[in-house]
Design a protein around this ligand. Structure first.
Ligand code: IFM
Length: 448
């Protein structure tokens, strides 16, 4: 019987991703914790509370990840837990992270660790956060401590998560905890300091563990002109360069590019061993951008995920992979997912996005792994619990969990290292004619 199968390389990393603040719970020393307490900052004034309770029991979800057959997980370390006061390190917190990392390794799950994922110690915000040059020393000191205590367990590192998202949400549109200075000047300054922090962290890790793979996780979004007009096309190209490409160019050249600034940064040139891509969606731009950088609008046929989060646009994943080939580095899809509380779209989302990766690999593009966002429902920043990204469904009040159908599907994919026509028939039958259009005798549609 003919079965169609997209088979992935045997050493492919099948992963999931989470971030400390979103899953651990009770991160009371973080700027996010303070921000959450004031009315109007989080949708429906929701609170992270125990989040997904990872501080107490990450192991429960790691068991589920192992049962699914994943062999990799991306998690972050909470700076505000490890260094609750300047230069005061919490050894108990470091011990707990050691336990979690060891638990991953015991289950055959390779850790990829992020050092900065949107959350800061409160003391850092008080000292001027990424608007002060001092942050570079602070971040280097934090990194050195982490590398010295946990580095033996961590083969892959992400220094900074989604720097452009962080800059826009925090310094420009006010959806993230308020910094001391806001606006374009503050945004550019913070970008320069984030780049300096990345360079310092990269060098610190590599000095101690030269074999470690270190990179950033960059949100890459397809930006298209809203209507086919000259200025919209120009703005979409320009904004795409600034949003998607500038960081890679600055990491390659070791210097700031306009509009972020000018000047060379010590240790920045060629300071990445892999490209981390967080891919979610496509958005449309028109010029002039009134108030917002882009319009969150979609075409008439667009499939849009919960809470108007974004258009489901799998072809964009292939496009962004292609766009970074010129840097000639291994590529990891460090995040990809969607909010979908009913699990209405996630099974087909998984199949269509993995098909784009398989297509890329078939062209010998060096995509080495995929980390689905997310393993378990978690606290979605200013959207709180209203957006659910998990392969595992979570009731944050009771902490009960249930594997979603998409989790079952992802498990079959990870365990077999492939996406097959059988899986498609079972989990997303509506896709069969587009994904596997050939006639395969054992598929239901071909039976008389
Ligand atoms: O939850 C976030 C994550 O923290 C960063 N990337 C996007 C995810 C979904 O919005």
């Amino acid at each position: 019987m003919v079965k169609a199968t997209m088979t992935f390389p045997s050493d492919f990393r099948w992963g999931t991703a989470t971030a400390a603040y979103q899953v651990e719970g009770s991160n009371t020393n973080s700027d996010w914790w303070l921000w959450e307490q004031a009315e109007g900052h989080i949708l429906e004034n929701q609170k992270s509370g125990l989040a997904s309770n990872w501080w107490e029991n990450a192991e429960a979800d790691l068991d589920a990840a192992a049962a699914m057959g994943t062999n990799a997980h991306r998690l972050s370390l909470e700076w505000s837990r490890i260094e609750p006061q300047p230069s005061v390190f919490d050894n108990k917190a470091l011990d707990r992270y050691r336990q979690i990392l060891q638990a991953m390794r015991d289950r055959g799950i390779e850790p990829m660790v992020t050092l900065h994922h949107f959350s800061n110690p409160i003391w850092l915000t008080e000292k001027g956060d990424f608007n002060t040059r001092l942050v570079v020393d602070y971040f280097q000191r934090f990194t050195a401590k982490v590398v010295d205590t946990l580095g033996d367990l961590i083969p892959k590192w992400v220094t900074i998560n989604e720097p452009m998202v962080y800059i826009i949400m925090r310094y420009l549109n006010g959806r993230f905890p308020e910094p001391q200075q806001k606006g374009w000047g503050a945004a550019f300054k913070a970008t320069r300091n984030l780049l300096r922090c990345h360079a310092a962290a990269y060098q610190t890790i590599k000095e101690r563990y030269p074999q470690a793979e270190v990179g950033i996780a960059k949100n890459m979004t397809i930006l298209e002109p809203k209507a086919d007009r000259f200025l919209n096309r120009w703005w979409a190209r320009r904004a795409s360069w600034i949003y998607n490409e500038a960081w890679w160019e600055m990491l390659v050249d070791g210097r700031f590019h306009r509009p972020f600034g000018r000047g060379i940064v010590d240790g920045l040139a060629d300071s990445f061993d892999f490209i981390g891509i967080n891919y979610y969606t496509r958005v449309y731009l028109k010029f002039p951008p009134r108030g917002r950088l882009w319009e969150e609008e979609w075409g008439p046929d667009a499939v849009v995920s919960d809470g108007n989060y974004g258009e489901v646009y799998p072809a964009g994943l292939f496009q962004v992979i292609k766009s970074v080939l010129k840097y000639d580095k291994p590529i990891y899809i460090t995040e990809n997912g969607l909010p979908d509380v009913e699990d209405r779209l996630r099974p087909s989302f998984l199949i269509t996005h993995l098909r784009e990766i398989w297509r890329a690999i078939s062209f010998c593009f060096p995509v080495m792994g995929y980390y689905h966002w997310s393993l378990v429902d978690n606290f979605e920043w200013d959207r709180g619990w209203t957006q659910r990204f998990g392969l595992i469904e979570l009731n944050p009040e009771t902490q009960e969990r249930k594997l979603r159908e998409s989790g079952r599907l992802y498990g079959e994919i990870c365990r077999s290292g492939s996406v097959s026509s059988d899986m498609t028939v079972q989990y997303a039958p509506e896709l069969i004619d587009t994904i596997f259009p050939g006639k395969t005798p054992d598929l239901p549609r071909n039976k008389a």
